[in-house]
Design a protein around this ligand. Structure first.
Ligand code: PEP
Ligand code: CO
Length: 401
C-alpha cells in the first residue's frame, strides 16, 4: 500500500515539473534559436546542483519557525545581479552587510535571524514592456537580466548560452559564500525564467537556490509559474502588490501548499507602497488567518515606492520605505499576526541610488554613483540605517504594549 502511494506520488511530482509548459507563462522569453535553448537546457539538467535537498529542508523548517513567530528573516541584495560583480570582495561586502543587519535585528526581536541573500542567481528581470525605444527611434529588446541578454543596447537579442553562463556565475557565488567564515547565508532569486529553473530542478526541489520567489507579474493562479512552484518543497516567496485580493492570495496558498503542507513553504512578501498598507493589508491578513494557512509574512518596502526623477533615474526614498515597514509591522501586531521578515534591495557599496536625509539628499546627486542594472539599491550606509531605524521602532513598540 505505502509502496503504491509512493509510486503514485513520484509520478505526480515528475508530471508537475513539466506541466507548467502547458500553461501560459507571463514574461516568457522568445529565443530565435530554439534548438540551442533545448541543448542548453539538456546540458543544465546534467550539471551538479548548487544546493542540496537537505539544506532546503532545513531552511524550510526554519521558515516555519518564522511563520509561528520564533524567528525572523532578513532577505536582501541586488535588484538584478551583474555577472561582472561575481568578485570575491564584492560578494564578501554583501555578505558582511547581511550579517550586520541580522545582528541588529536579532537584538531588536530577541529571536534568531535567518539570513537570505538575493544573491548567487538573481539574474533575470521581469519588464513591464518587453521592448524599448532608444532615443534614435530604434526599437530593441528591453534588458531582461544577464541570464537573458546584455544591458548594452547593441546586444539585446536573448542568447540561450547565457543560461549556462548564469549557472556558472551562480556556482562560483555559492562557492564563495560557503567559504566565508560566517553563519549560513541562504541564497534566493526570482523563479522567473522557467526553462532555467526547471532544468535545475530534480523531483521536488529547485536546486539552483535555497529559496525562490514568484514576482508580482508572474503569480497568476492559472499560470506557468504557480504551476511550476506547486511541486516544489523549497520555501517559495510570493510577491503581493496593492491590487492583490484576499481570495486570490488564499487561492495561491491553497495551490502552493494544499492542506498547509509542507509547513513553512510559502512566504507572502507584501510590497504595497507606503500609502496603501493600511487600506490593503488588514483584509489580506484576516483572510489568511481564517483560511488556517500559516505563511511567513514579509515586507518588501522597495517595489511599491519607486518613482522616476525628471532626469530619468528610478529611485525611492528611505523615509517611504521605513514608513511602509513600520506600518506593516504595526498592522500585523494589531491583528494578532506577526511580520516575519524584511526584504530589501541593497548592495555592499557606496552607491547613490536611493534618497535619504543624510547621504544622498538631492535627486541631482543620484547620477554620481548610480550603477544598478535595474531598480535602485540602498547603499551600505542606507541599508544599515533602515535596519537600525526599524529595529528601534520594534523595540519601542514592544515597550508600549
Ligand atoms: C523584484 O523583487 O526585483 C521585483 C521585480 O519585484 P516585484 O515582482 O514585487 O515587482
Ligand atoms: Co527590483
Amino acid at each position: 500500500m505505502s509502496q503504491t502511494a509512493t509510486f503514485v506520488q513520484v509520478g505526480q511530482r515528475d508530471k508537475c515539473l513539466d506541466s507548467w509548459q502547458d500553461k501560459p507563462a507571463a514574461q516568457a522569453v522568445g529565443y530565435e534559436d530554439t534548438d540551442l535553448l533545448q541543448q542548453v537546457c539538456d546540458t543544465l539538467k546534467h550539471l551538479p546542483p548548487l544546493v542540496s535537498p537537505e539544506e532546503i529542508e532545513t531552511a524550510r523548517h526554519q521558515f516555519y519557525d518564522v511563520a509561528v513567530g520564533k524567528a525572523f528573516i532578513v532577505q536582501a541584495g541586488d535588484c538584478a545581479e551583474s555577472f561582472l560583480d561575481v568578485r570575491y570582495d564584492i560578494i564578501r561586502r554583501k555578505v558582511e552587510l547581511l550579517h550586520e543587519q541580522a545582528r541588529i535585528l536579532e537584538a531588536a526581536f530577541n529571536k534568531p535571524v535567518i539570513r537570505v541573500g538575493r544573491i548567487a542567481g538573481q539574474y533575470a528581470k521581469p519588464r513591464s514592456n518587453p521592448l524599448e525605444t532608444l532615443p534614435s527611434g530604434e526599437v530593441v529588446h528591453a534588458f531582461r537580466g544577464h541570464i537573458i541578454n546584455s544591458e548594452n543596447e547593441n546586444d539585446r537579442a536573448p542568447d540561450a548560452t547565457r543560461l549556462l553562463s548564469g549557472y556558472f556565475h551562480a556556482a562560483v557565488s555559492h562557492n564563495t559564500i560557503r567559504h566565508l567564515p560566517t553563519p549560513t547565508i541562504y541564497t534566493s532569486h526570482e523563479a522567473l525564467h522557467l526553462p532555467y529553473e526547471a532544468s535545475l530542478s530534480r523531483e521536488d526541489y529547485n536546486l539552483s537556490a535555497t529559496t525562490v520567489w514568484l514576482g508580482e507579474r508572474t503569480r497568476q493562479l492559472d499560470g506557468a509559474h504557480v504551476e511550476y512552484a506547486r511541486g516544489l518543497r523549497n520555501p517559495i516567496g510570493v510577491k503581493v502588490g496593492p491590487t492583490a485580493t484576499a481570495e486570490e492570495i488564499v487561492a495561491i496558498l491553497d495551490v502552493l501548499s494544499p492542506d498547509r503542507v509542507p509547513a513553512g513553504k510559502v512566504t507572502l512578501i507584501t510590497r504595497l507602497g507606503h500609502k496603501r498598507v493600511r487600506a490593503v493589508l488588514p483584509a489580506l491578513i484576516r483572510a489568511v488567518q481564517l483560511s488556517g494557512h500559516v505563511p511567513v509574512w514579509m515586507s518588501d518596502p522597495c517595489h511599491g515606492n519607486i518613482w522616476t526623477t525628471p532626469d530619468g533615474h528610478k529611485t525611492r526614498r528611505v523615509s517611504d520605505m521605513l514608513h511602509e515597514l513600520k506600518e506593516t509591522y504595526a498592522v500585523h501586531r494589531e491583528l494578532g499576526s506577526h511580520l516575519g521578515g524584511i526584504h530589501l534591495e541593497q548592495t555592499g557599496d557606496a552607491v547613490t541610488e536611493c534618497l535619504d536625509e543624510v547621504h544622498v539628499t538631492d535627486a541631482g546627486d543620484l547620477a554620481e554613483g548610480y550603477t544598478s542594472l535595474c531598480d535602485p539599491r540602498l547603499s551600505v550606509d542606507q541599508a544599515l540605517d533602515v535596519v537600525r531605524d526599524f529595529a528601534g521602532f520594534v523595540r519601542g513598540y514592544k515597550r508600549e504594549v
